[in-house]
Design a protein around this ligand. Structure first.
Ligand SMILES: NC(=O)c1ccc[n+]([C@@H]2O[C@H](COP(=O)([O-])OP(=O)(O)OC[C@H]3O[C@@H](n4cnc5c(N)ncnc54)[C@H](O)[C@@H]3O)[C@@H](O)[C@H]2O)c1
Length: 343
């Protein structure tokens, strides 16, 4: 176990999937991760590597108190609402948490004199237009989100960029592609409720523990007709946050950086990889979903240049192996589900 000699970092949303893996990576690097979470999702069981402050990012006083009490030198900001479909029905709630909450956090950082922020952004900030169907997406690509969720991530970036110019904050927005996998320790993993991500749903179907999987469309302009996505192991994502925290960037600088595995895998390839690891995946074919682009694959060259970061364990076989180990014995979440071990 490492000490915490590199100082405290406030981790909003550190009880969630990506936040908890990043808290572990911070601890292993020598930081003290101070988790700030309301547990609107996430789990108290995922907070294991530093103190917990229970609070809401819409509460400026609670944030300022947490930063002062723990002498935080930086913030990593995961907290927010994430379900794209729900954002279509409740856009105002998403703007309140994701944009209002980020504005409140920035105000608290300004008054507490905390000058460094790493923000969870998303590939959802990009639109579908302006590039070839299978072209990798660079950071300069057209921004035209297809959902209120994506709108709030882009607005979060813009308000952070303005704060960098206004009061000398150094900000990095990491635009994640598809986070997947779990820490091999078995202590933490993905536990969204409801779960909407392909790999855990395919594993649940294979374990006989969920509904059969639906493949939404097989007539896209892709090699096998199903959508291509870029999967990145959650521990690679966690390492990217540490790299962003430590990158030598000037005062007042804002950077947006893609974080992905850098290659596209089709829905059918994912189903085949899960079948190989966990047994057959019962599935059926459904119609396309509105707003699903055929391909979302990151150009990750900027992450290498600016952060010195490259994915280390984001090959599909490793992601599926680690996700399966977690889903077979989840330490928390997955209400009512305690599957038997996979074959
Ligand atoms: N999972 C992905 O594939 C993915 C992809 C792109 C971007 N992101 C972004 O990464 C971040 C983390 O995602 P995740 O998958 O770990 O989600 P998660 O739901 O597991 O974690 C989010 C955490 O934020 C907390 N939270 C929510 N609203 C809060 C509030 N108002 N105050 C305090 N805490 C609050 C929740 O309780 C939860 O612990 C999100 O901002 C999400 O938009 C995730």
């Amino acid at each position: 176990m490492s000490g915490s000699n590199l100082g405290a970092v406030l981790v909003t949303g550190g009880g969630g999937y990506i936040g908890s893996h990043t808290a572990k990576a911070l601890h292993e690097r020598g930081y003290l991760p101070v988790v700030f979470d309301s547990f609107s999702s996430g789990s108290r069981d995922a907070v294991r590597w530093g103190p917990l402050v229970e609070g809401d990012i819409r509460d400026a006083d609670a944030l300022a108190r947490a930063m002062a009490e723990h002498k935080a030198a930086a913030v990593i900001h995961f907290a927010g609402l994430i379900e794209v479909g729900r954002s279509m029905n409740q856009p105002e709630l998403f703007w309140e948490h994701n944009v209002g909450g980020t504005a409140t956090l920035l105000g608290a950082m300004r008054s507490a004199g905390v000058g460094r922020l790493v923000f969870s952004s998303s590939a959802a900030v990009y639109g579908q237009g302006g590039r070839g169907p299978l072209e990798a997406i660079s950071e300069d690509a057209l921004k035209a989100p297809a959902s209120p969720y994506g709108d709030t991530k882009l607005a979060g970036e813009r308000i952070i960029e303005s704060a960098c110019a206004a009061f000398g904050l150094t900000g990095v927005a990491l635009r994640y592609f598809n986070a997947a996998g779990a820490d091999p320790s078995g202590l933490i993993g993905e536990a969204h409720e409801p779960e909407t991500h392909l790999i855990p749903l395919a594993i649940a179907a294979a374990l006989g523990d969920g509904k059969p999987l639906t493949i939404f469309g097989d007539d896209f302009d892709t090699p096998d007709g199903t959508c291509l996505r870029d999967y990145v192991h959650v521990n690679d994502l966690a390492a990217a946050h540490v790299a962003a925290l430590e990158a030598s960037l000037g005062t007042g600088v804002f950077e947006a950086v893609n974080i992905g595995g850098g290659s596209g895998r089709s829905v059918r390839e994912v189903v085949a990889a899960v079948s190989e690891a966990a047994g057959p995946v019962p599935h059926s074919l459904g119609p396309r979903r509105a707003g699903d682009p055929p391909s979302l694959v990151a150009d990750v060259s900027r992450a290498a240049e600016l952060l010195g970061w490259r994915a280390q364990c984001s090959d599909l076989a490793t992601i599926v192996r680690d996700a399966l180990a977690w889903e077979s014995r989840p330490a928390y979440g997955r209400a009512g589900r305690r599957p038997v071990s996979a074959p």
